[in-house]
Design a protein around this ligand. Sequence first.
Ligand code: ATP
Ligand code: MG
Length: 556
Amino acid sequence: MANEEKPVNFIAEIIEADIRSGKHGGRVLTRFPPEPNGYLHIGHAKSIVLNFGLAQRYHGKTNLRFDDTNPTTEETAYVESIKNDIKWLGFEWAEELYTSDYFETLYEFATKLIRNGLAYVDDSTAAEIAASKGTPTEPGKPTPFRDRSVEENLSLFAEMREGKYPDGAKVLRAKIDLANPNMHLRDPLLYRIKHAHHHRTGDSWCIYPMYDFAHGQSDAIEEITHSVCTLEFVPHRPLYNWLIEQLEIYPSKQYEFARLNLNYTVMSKRKLLQLVNNNYVTGWDDPRMPTISGLRRRGYTATSIRNFCERIGVAKRENVIDVGLLEFCIREDLNKTAWRRMAVLDPVKLVITNYPEGKTEHLSGENNPEVEGGEGERPIPFSRELWIEREDFMEEAPKKFFRLAPGLMVRLKHAYVVQCTDFVKDADGRVTEIRCTYIPESKSGEDTSGLKVKGTIHWVSVPHAKTVTVRLYDRLFNAENPAADEDFTASINPDSLQVIEKAYVEPDLLHAEPGKGYQFIRKGYFTLDTGSTPDNPVFNRTVTLRDTWAKEAQKQ
Ligand code: ATP
Ligand code: MG
């Protein structure tokens, strides 16, 4: 038990107090209640880490409950992706449950309210109901159906269930208080008619409970102790409690925290679906999406996402988190875990004129210099002709250019010091070849040359290089808060994806493992794309080595 430690957040404080007072018999049972109408995003991760984290901390459990009360938007494929994402994040649920499994019980709950004179069938249209509800400063007015008898309500509600009425013809409403300052208590809707096929119950039902008549009731059925949700549900809490009291069911309690808002992205599933359907991205798991599956494909680790969620904490007030913090968390993790490799993304040829033709040396490099022992080494073939980055050469170098230019010396990573002698250009004035000589005594690890060079560059041996596709991803939106615009797609970043069809990598990268991070030295962190094949390996850039956006911001 975490008794001696300070509670990690205000919900943990409440739980600790409840455990001390013996409320819920000292039990902790939380739930994560996604609606299967889309893929999980980083906002959901915050809720997952909170709900599962609290339960773990206090030796409790967490249910996974699919909140599937809206047949028209829900699909089994979403259920599978949600389960997969939660497992990948590293959490295990106690039970996999579905609100739709409670439809019969919920129906009975509704009839209990009717029998107690606390619910009625209303034939008014949605517009009429809205108009009769009043405003926060003016009380509502009863519709002509508010005083129907219990018998009439029971039989009309039964007929609703039997399918006697079309969509929208009738609703079931709680009979609470039309003058209550809380609009949610002004006879809220409990059931609506919807003749639609449900992904689990098929055509058995044509009436479906509203969120307010499903969520708290499901909590009570499962005997959830702490039902944690986001702040927009604060005004729903009195109704949550009222229904539980009137139905005399398990007294689950609702607590609210500030949802995660992240800049430079959108997070509502409706908007994400729009990005997918209108082909702004290639799918829910496009590496630019803020979805768990997108982040995973981009190369984010579960550890980095969990760390991010813990670092941002749990607040009672809305705020916006800088996406730079998420990027910081993945850099921090990959710096410790990613294996270092060399890849040349914009190649130009370097010829070492005093190195024997046809000779190959097998140099070696530590996989991970951040870890003691380096996690082993891999062989790196070296030869007379190498690919280097075009930007590592200048015909005329300014003073502080510590890379290659005629006369300048540089160390080739894991290899030798070379000195540039001259270069070749084509008819268009483009440099096609750089020439240099190498210093045999300067070999890394056994350097007796006494030379001190300032710059080190990466390279790949031309005859040994493997060709791969590299995708450089950037933020999907240029605006800090795309959702604030009338059309959120207006601020889509046109340069969010740059594809390099032919990049050269050291041969060992052909053994790259899916799901593993690689640091392409000096270039960023990369991972193998899920659509990669042995014939056409594709690497996604997870994140740059440094925060390039912060630099941009400084310039402005
Ligand atoms: P969206 O608005 O993105 O569609 P939602 O709230 O409708 O999200 P649900 O599937 O109903 O999605 O959410 C499941 C759980 O995840 C809920 O408890 C919800 O409060 C929580 N959740 C959703 N978005 C966020 C967020 N941005 N930050 C924290 N928790 C969130
Ligand atoms: Mg929802």
